[in-house]
Structures are given as C-alpha cells and as structure tokens.
Design a protein around this ligand. Structure first.
Ligand code: UDP
Ligand code: MG
Length: 201
C-alpha cells in the first residue's frame, strides 16, 4: 500500500533543473525515496550525459505565421527526442545580435534582423542522444533550395531568407544558445515513461 502511494506521488512530481525535488515529492525524506527507487528498480537513464545532450530549436516568425509549429514539434517528438523547455516570445534586436554574434557583420544581417523580429518565435530545448547532430540533419541545409526532401527546410521552404527553423550547429553552440534563451528554472528534467523504447544506453 505504502509503495503504491509513493509510486503515485513520484508519477505526479518532477525534478527541477538544479535537481531539487518539487511538489509533494519534497515532503518525503530523500533516504526513503532512494530506497523506494532501488526497490522498484527505478533508474533515471536520462542522467547519463550522452542521453542528456540538449539543443536549441526555434520556429522562426515565418514558421509561426504559417502555422507550422505543431508539425515541427511533431517531427522531434516522433523521432523520440524529449522536450525539456518551450516558450513563445518576440525577439529583441539585442537578443538576436547575441544569438547571431558571428553573423553581425554579414551583408545579409540587417535583413535577417528584420525577418527574425517581424513576429513571435517559438523556442524549444530538446534532449536526447546526439540531438545536436541529428536535429541539424532533420532541419536540413541552410539554403532550402539545397535542402533534401524530408527535412523541415526541404519540405516547408524554398528561400534562405525564410527558412522556417533554427537549430544549434554544435555542442558548444547549443550550450551557449540555451543559456542565452532560457533561465535554468525554465528547463525541466523529467523521465519519459518510454525511455527504454527510444534509447537503452
Ligand atoms: N541567412 C540568410 N542569408 C544567407 C545566409 C544565412 O538570410 O546567405 C540567414 C538564414 O535565416 C540562416 C541564418 O541566417 O538560417 C543563420 O545562418 P547560418 O549560417 O548560421 O545557418 P543555419 O545555422 O541557420 O543553417
Ligand atoms: Mg547557424
């Protein structure tokens, strides 16, 4: 009976970014929870660093205007990645210039700035094994004219100036961008019930 109650509480609680327990879970002594997890064989597989890789994906203003947010999220969910952060916002010129810090001197930057601040963006953090590399493949070539069919850009756009989506291009870039766009408390650590069906690292 006690085991049953604790299991219910664990199912309805989550663990925040700093590893702090929230909700009803916080009322329980850590030792008791540790014993329970050992007893029921609970193991947070997503605590393994290679599975907990994270990347920043953003649906750009054209994607939001064209009602593509749902389809883009669906592709990442379908692939098996885990959503750990999501918000919609109007990007400021300052935030954009920090995001595209290496592109600020490019001739196309003024047009890029106008495009990216023309409406809201939906920015997300996705987690999973090799998510940075895999999401770049899923998003496709920067220039949609060269993007393969089956990629987001290859399926939804035809011009580099309106390429629908952003994806971090390296592990270091992803870390920098995630810190730029999200506060730590806006990201959630949570265990998928189907973790063993998507990954067994
Ligand atoms: N971009 C553009 N013209 C160019 C190159 C890039 O408008 O000739 C825009 C485009 O929206 C692209 C963004 O600038 O997605 C960032 O460029 P980057 O080279 O980082 O490509 P990405 O990482 O987005 O594939
Ligand atoms: Mg880039």
């Amino acid at each position: 009976m006690l085991r049953c109650i604790i299991k219910k509480i664990l199912q309805h609680s989550y663990v925040g970014e700093q590893g702090t327990s929230k909700g009803l879970l916080s009322a329980f002594p850590t030792a008791l929870l540790g014993e329970h997890r050992a007893a029921v064989g609970h193991r947070s597989k997503s605590s393994l660093p290679e599975v907990r890789e994270r990347t920043l994906i953003a649906v750009k203003p054209d994607g939001v205007h064209r009602r593509l947010v749902g389809q883009i999220i669906q592709r990442f969910e379908q692939r098996g990645f885990k959503l750990v952060g999501l918000k919609m916002l109007q990007v400021s010129e300052d935030l954009l210039s920090q995001h595209y810090i290496e592109l600020r001197t490019k001739p196309f930057y003024p047009r890029l700035q106008q495009y990216m601040t023309s409406g809201p963006v939906v920015v997300m953090v996705w987690e999973g094994h090799k998510v940075v590399q895999t999401s770049r493949v899923m998003v496709g070539h920067t220039n949609p004219a060269e993007a393969s069919a089956g990629t987001v850009r290859g399926d939804f756009s035809f011009h580099v100036s309106r390429n629908v989506v952003h994806a971090s291009d390296s592990l270091e870039g992803a870390q920098r961008e995630i810190q730029l766009w999200f506060k730590g408390r806006e990201l959630l650590n949570w265990d998928c019930c189907d973790q063993s069906n998507t990954c067994d690292v």
